[in-house]
Write a protein that binds this ligand. Sequence first.
Ligand code: ZN
Length: 221
Amino acid sequence: MRRARGGLIVIVTSQLQADAANFRETVAAGDYWMQVVTQGQTIRILDLEGNQAADTLFYSASDPGERYSAMDTIREQGNVYLTAGTHLISNEGNAMLEIVADTCGRHDTLGGACATESNTVRYSLDKKCMHACRDSWMLAVAENEHFGLTKRDITHNINFFMNVPVTVDGGLTFADGISDAGKYVELRALMDVIVLISNCPQLNNPCNAYNPTPIEVLIWN
Ligand SMILES: [Zn+2]
């Protein structure tokens, strides 16, 4: 374990071997990845080049009305940062996945995802046309109608690898990342879940070092 600004960082390495994975796919920056991960499977999100942000949503595959809830997760673990040992809690109070390995050590669930609207407010009007995570999610639900999701289902997300330290007076800051090339987070599914990742294309803040890069998704049965 090591300490970083704002709290304890927990590092837990995985025993799983990448070449034994049942599924591997590289996701370019600005693309989305959407697939069902079944109960008992383990999914790894790998930060290939470092300092990337993977904006991720989770839904119950059997009832997408049940989905990841940031507030229930934070309340249940009594901490705003996600790391190994965190159970991702749904809006119905069920544990959906558990973070079982984590070599980055801390992930954000407070900052939300980038959108063209927030880019306009935070940065400037001419950022309106820039690609944002919310657009990737909207494209994903439109191109995957069989999941039965619409834009109204886009809610709380996790920003894997993103560093949003809370200041002593409660402020949120988008800080330079603490992730690095080859760092990963691994989650075991405790129910069948739809995983929807937007590999963030953001160019205006340091969440991905102003340089969006690919991630890799691996799954073990
Ligand atoms: Zn984004």
